[in-house]
Design a protein around this ligand. Structure first.
Ligand code: SF4
Ligand code: SF4
Length: 321
C-alpha cells in the first residue's frame, strides 16, 4: 500500500515537471515568434519651442502692430490678448485675434484692430505643429493704446482711410510644385497683407490665411505653403491689406486654382501604364496628340500615377479655374 502510494506520488511530481517544461517551452515559442519590430513610430507629442521675440512695433488709439519670428516645427500660430495681464492660466479666456495665422516668411506681422483707446492690453502667441501640439505661451508684451490726451495735437489728423482694394490678384499657372500668387501693391503705407484661402467661392468663411509683411516694390509675390490649401480641390483666394494706421482694405478680386498632375507631352511614349493606375478616370488617350493626357477637372492629385511612368513625364501643375 505504502509502495503504491509512493509510486503515485512520483508519477504526480513527474507529470507536474513535464507540464511545466511544456508550458515554458510554449512560452518560449510564443516569445520567439512575437514581432518586436517598431512598425509604427511613436506619435509626435513634442510641442514646438515657444516664441521668445514677440514685439510691439506700433501702437495707435485702436490698434497695435505686433511681430515675431517663425519657429521651427510651428506650422501656424494663435495670437490672443487680454486687458491688464496675460498668463498661461488666462490663455483660454483671452480674446482670440486668430488661431490660424500661417507664417509666410521668417517674421510674422499682425495688426490687431478694434481696440479701445487708452486701455492697457497684453498680447501673447503660441505655435502649433502638424501633430496638433501647442507650444507654451510666448513672452508677453503689453502697451496702452493712445488716447486723445496722448495724441500729439500738432500731428496731422489720424489716417482713417483704408488702402485701396487689390484688383489684379493672380496666380502663376503651369508646371510648378507650389502655387505662387502676385498682385500690384496698393498705394499706401502698409503694415501687413493677409491672404485668405477658402473652399467657398463667396468667401462667407475662409479655411486658412497667411499674414505677412510685404517686402516692398511694385509687384508683390507670395508662394503658398501646402498647409494652407488643398491639392486636388478648387481653392479660392483673396487678399486684403492693412495700413500702418490699422485701416483694412476691402477684399481683392477672387481667383480660383487647383493643383493637379499633368503629363508632359514631349516626354510621353504612350505606354499607358499611368492610364491603368488612375482610379478616378482622369487619364485618357488623346488620339490627335498621340499621347495620354490628364483631365484637370477629374484629377484628385493623389500622385498614384507618378511612380508608374518610366519617362518621368507626370508632374504637378497649377491650373486656374
Ligand atoms: S494624380 Fe491621381 S487622380 Fe490625378 S491622374 Fe494621377 S492617379 Fe489620377
Ligand atoms: S506612364 Fe508616362 S510615358 Fe506612359 S503613357 Fe503615362 S505619361 Fe506617357
Amino acid at each position: 500500500m505504502k509502495s503504491s502510494r509512493l509510486w503515485g506520488t512520483i508519477f504526480v511530481i513527474t507529470a507536474a515537471i513535464l507540464g511545466a517544461m511544456t508550458f515554458f517551452s510554449c512560452t518560449d515559442s510564443i516569445d520567439s515568434t512575437t514581432d518586436t519590430s517598431d512598425e509604427n513610430p511613436p506619435a509626435d507629442t513634442i510641442p514646438p519651442a515657444s516664441v521668445t521675440d514677440l514685439s510691439i512695433d506700433e501702437v495707435g488709439d485702436t490698434f497695435c502692430v505686433l511681430s515675431w519670428g517663425a519657429v521651427d516645427d510651428a506650422q501656424k500660430f494663435s495670437l490672443r490678448f487680454a486687458r491688464d495681464t496675460l498668463t498661461e492660466q488666462l490663455w483660454d479666456s483671452a480674446t482670440v485675434f486668430s488661431d490660424d495665422i500661417f507664417p509666410g516668411g521668417d517674421r510674422i506681422t499682425a495688426s490687431v484692430g478694434g481696440l479701445e483707446p487708452g486701455v492697457f492690453y497684453c498680447f501673447g502667441v503660441k505655435g502649433c505643429d502638424t501633430a496638433g501640439n501647442w507650444s507654451a505661451l510666448s513672452n508677453v508684451v503689453c502697451c496702452s493704446t493712445l488716447t486723445a490726451d496722448t495724441t500729439d495735437t500738432s500731428s496731422p489728423p489720424p489716417d482713417t482711410v483704408p488702402p485701396p482694394a487689390i484688383t489684379d490678384l493672380n496666380i502663376i499657372e503651369g508646371y510648378c510644385e507650389s502655387p505662387t500668387i502676385y498682385f500690384t501693391m496698393p498705394d499706401d503705407s502698409l503694415s501687413s497683407c493677409i491672404v485668405k484661402i477658402s473652399a467657398d467661392s463667396m468667401f462667407t468663411n475662409y479655411d486658412s490665411m497667411v499674414i505677412y509683411s510685404p517686402v516692398g516694390g511694385e509687384i508683390e509675390t507670395l508662394t503658398l505653403a501646402s498647409s494652407v490649401y488643398i491639392p486636388g480641390e478648387i481653392n479660392y483666394i483673396c487678399a486684403i491689406c492693412v495700413d500702418i494706421a490699422g485701416n483694412v482694405s476691402d477684399n481683392s478680386n477672387i481667383i480660383a486654382f487647383k493643383q493637379v498632375y499633368q503629363i508632359m507631352a514631349e516626354r510621353c511614349i504612350s505606354c499607358g501604364r499611368c492610364y491603368s493606375t488612375c482610379s478616378y478616370g482622369a487619364i485618357s488617350y488623346n488620339s490627335s496628340l498621340g499621347v495620354y493626357v490628364i483631365d484637370p477637372e477629374r484629377c484628385e492629385c493623389c500622385g498614384e500615377c507618378v511612380s508608374r511612368c518610366p519617362r518621368n513625364a507626370i508632374h504637378r501643375y497649377i491650373i486656374k479655374f
